[in-house]
Design a protein around this ligand. Structure first.
Ligand code: GLN
Ligand code: ZN
Length: 770
């Protein structure tokens, strides 16, 4: 039984890569210093994995920015607009990669960056490959070979990792009409064969090809391409040992194709899909010689592995196939785990009781090796002690009073359909809201946050270090809030916001005040490029010990006679952007959060807040990878939102907000959320995203964003009027609101003020045309 790892976090345990990258981009350190940082991280990671007893250690899992971008460089899939950087500017591959990821603006040359999108259902973003009909590929960049040799030199038994050719194509985008990117496989495959051949010449014994698209719904043609490609690889390089890996979902309908591929080993994500082991063991596969890699240690979460549970799985596989055919592994690359639990030393932040339930990337490596040894029948006292200790931690977690809160469980169990429904339908509520609120046509508002300036962030940092007292910090925030209110009044916005100056982050702010959440000090995970996030950990039953936002919203409302919108983050988004407990269904945890938010909504209403926004930007990204599982997810996600929103009277207006997202295939569910008003991001698509609402004849009110907040550019009144005219052509005037695309926290005040003044003027002009 061998152990291997699919990939290790590349950011460095103190985010060294992030810091070095950013310094390099700012011109503060030279390239060789950045390279040195990268080498140090790689070497540290390799030695760590070796010490932990991992037999086959990944290389080429490191990346300065993103591994899909690296694959573009590997195969020479460099979009034409960057060719001048190679030919005229003579950029090396590192600078070329950074230019592709971040754009290039220098000496009058201005080249846009490539697009970025979410890596399957994770919060990691990859650079989207761009393909043309006549796309040529070449073995352009030698990184994989260099890293393999580097690992060898360090005495590491390394296994090169590559994104497989079919997933590389499928994860990309056609940049010309009338061709299918999969047609490019005949051009691409020879390059992969060349790469594999070189690795073989350098005596790479195992090579891991990641084909995560096998976790998606595939067409027959796509499945046939898998067969064709992997047969060709086998024919050309019969001596190679390919480990085929996919993760995050079952192989599902792709399973029989996968089992028939002439590869050496097939990896299974048994955390996401425990059932597929039984499915496989029930087939003729048992008679083949192909090996199985059992991904039993969760690479997507921070919980300790349950050894007894994993051993049962491993033993089942061993009994059916024999030890020689079994590998033990994490479920996926550990890229999605924080680096090292040992760095969490502040017991006030992460108490020992909760910490004992957790494992980060480093700890997961040891779990993999311990499981292998236990499954091998190693009876040493040390190992038996490790098993006993693991069982104790697991049992402690199952029964801990920190986790289990009976009143919360009872409340969830007692929810009725009525709790998930407003008192009356929207058509009735609308009348009452219009009478109560007295807003003009084309009411104007913003999405919630105002600029989080350096100053504001500095106050928070000083307050956290106790350099500012609570009173001093609150006074500064109150003054900032008042300024924002006065200014919104002055420019004539209709529905005001308090500005969210008191919030660090839209999930963390709530997590810090809800029971059942903890935070780490160093639990960073790469989100994209040099950006990392530190998700909160939901470890126990969630409830709201005290109001969270009522004081700020009431204070802001007390300053003005205009309506102040209360601002909350919705249950699905809080769930989606946290590490979630794995001892109960996600739907259950989501419902608990929904009840906590519901309490807050009701308290805001009691405090006189008549308009309350519950942001759900993450609803869409929570969709399962396979369509057949969408309905079930949407049922509980939409219901959770409704539970959070339905505790109020008819004349209280509930808003929701969603960021850039396709709505076509989920519009019925968006409508089922039954928010009185939804604001969405539409300006970059020139209102195209509104078409889904128009076609559906979406009955409630909509604020299609009229300008892109991701850029400092100030839009003109005319532009916004014309976008709203487009909206008005497809949605009745009475249903429309005027607002920016998203919150303004990343913007400066100058451009924010200028843009919103223009926006208010645009609404004024629109009203005159009614
Ligand atoms: N209310 C939040 C804000 O304005 C919404 C942010 C979001 O949708 N991502 O910042
Ligand atoms: Zn948004």
């Amino acid at each position: 039984m061998q152990t291997h790892n699919l990939g290790y976090p590349r950011i460095g345990k103190h985010r060294e890569l992030k810091k070095a990258n950013e310094q390099y981009w700012a011109g503060k350190i030279p390239a060789h210093q950045l390279e040195q940082t990268a080498r140090t991280i790689r070497s540290y990671n390799w030695q760590l994995q070796k010490q932990a007893g991992i037999d086959w250690i990944p290389c080429n899992d490191f990346s300065f920015y993103d591994h899909v971008l690296d694959t573009c460089l590997l195969t020479g899939a460099i979009p034409e607009r960057y060719h001048t950087l190679i030919v005229d500017k003579k950029l090396n591959d590192l600078d070329l990669a950074f230019s592709m990821a971040r754009g290039y603006q220098k000496e009058g040359v201005d080249i846009t960056a490539m697009e970025m999108t979410k890596w399957l259902d994770t919060n990691y973003h990859y650079i989207v490959p761009e393909f043309k009909a006549n796309q040529k590929f070449s073995f352009f960049n030698q990184k994989v070979v260099k890293e393999f040799l580097e690992a060898n030199k360090e005495g590491i038994q390394a296994k090169p990792v590559l994104l497989g050719p079919i997933s590389f194509l499928l994860l990309g985008k056609e940049k010309e009409a009338n061709f299918n990117r999969l047609d490019l496989i005949d051009n691409l495959l020879p390059v992969y064969l060349e790469v594999l051949k070189q690795l073989d010449q350098h005596e790479a014994y195992y090579i891991q090809l990641d084909e995560p698209c096998l976790a998606l719904d595939l067409s027959d043609r796509e499945r046939q391409t898998f067969t064709k490609v992997y047969q060709k690889i086998k024919q050309t390089l019969p001596q190679l040992h390919i480990i085929l890996s996919s993760y995050f979902e079952c192989y599902g309908k792709n399973l029989s194709t996968v089992l028939s591929l002439p590869v050496h080993t097939i990896h299974l994500d048994l955390v996401r899909c425990p059932a597929q082991l039984d499915d496989i063991l029930a087939t003729e596969f048992t008679k083949s010689r192909t090996q199985l890699s059992l991904g039993v240690v969760d690479g997507r979460n921070i919980w300790k592995n349950d050894f007894s549970h994993s051993l049962a799985i491993i033993n089942k596989a061993v009994n059916a196939l024999g030890k020689e055919r079994i590998w033990i592994a994490p479920s996926c690359s550990l890229l999605h785990s924080p680096c090292d639990l040992d760095l969490e030393t502040n017991e006030k932040v992460l108490t020992p009781e909760i910490k004992q339930w957790m494992a980060f990337a480093k700890q997961k490596l040891y779990e993999v090796n311990t499981l292998r040894q236990l499954a091998n029948g190693n009876n040493s006292s040390e190992l038996q002690a490790a098993l006993v200790q693991n069982q104790q931690c697991i049992a402690n977690r199952q029964t801990s009073s920190l986790i289990h809160n009976q009143p919360v469980k009872q409340r969830v169990a007692a929810i009725t359909e009525k709790d998930a429904q407003r008192i009356n339908s929207f058509s009735l509520r609308k009348e009452k809201q219009h009478a109560a609120l007295g807003l003009p046509l084309f009411p104007t508002t913003t999405i919630g946050s105002f600029p989080q300036t350096k100053e504001v962030r500095n106050w928070r940092a000083r307050w956290k270090k106790a350099e500012l007292t609570d009173a001093e910090y609150n006074k500064l925030l109150k003054d900032e809030t008042e300024k924002a209110v006065r200014w919104q009044e002055a420019i004539g916005l209709d529905v005001l916001v308090h500005g969210e100056f008191e919030r660090n982050d839209m999930v963390e702010y709530f997590g810090e005040q809800l029971a059942g959440f903890v935070f780490t000090e160093n639990g960073w995970v790469q989100s994209y490029g040099s950006r990392c996030v530190k998700p909160p950990v939901i470890y126990g039953d969630v409830h709201r010990p005290a109001p969270m936002t009522v004081a700020w919203s009431s204070y802001a409302q007390s300053l003005t006679t205009k309506w102040m919108k209360g601002m909350l983050t919705g249950p699905v988004t809080i769930l989606q952007w946290s590490f979630v407990r794995n001892d109960q269904p996600r739907s259950e945890t989501c419902t608990q959060i929904a009840l906590a938010i519901r309490d807050e909504v009701v308290d805001l209403e009691k405090a006189g807040i008549k308009i309350i926004q519950i942001d759900e930007p993450a609803i869409r990204e929570g969709l399962p990878l396979r369509k057949e599982n969408w309905q079930q997810y949407l049922d509980w996600a939409v219901r959770a939102f409704r539970v959070s929103a339905s505790g109020v009277q008819d004349d209280t207006q509930i808003h929701t907000h969603m960021c850039y997202s396709e709505f076509n295939d989920i519009i019925q569910h968006i409508a089922d959320m039954d928010a009185d008003v939804i604001t969405i991001e539409t300006s970059r698509s020139q209102m195209e995203l509104l078409d889904a609402f128009a076609a559906f004849q979406y009955p409630n009110e909509i604020g299609p964003g009229v300008y892109d907040i991701h850029s400092p550019r100030v839009p003109s009144k005319a532009e916004m009027v014309s976008l709203m005219e487009k909206a008005r052509a497809v949605v009745p005037t009475e249903q429309l609101w005027v607002n920016p695309d998203c919150g303004l926290k990343t913007r400066g005040w100058d451009e924010t003020k200028a843009a919103l003044e223009e926006m208010v003027n645009a609404a004024e002009e629109l009203r005159q045309t009614v």
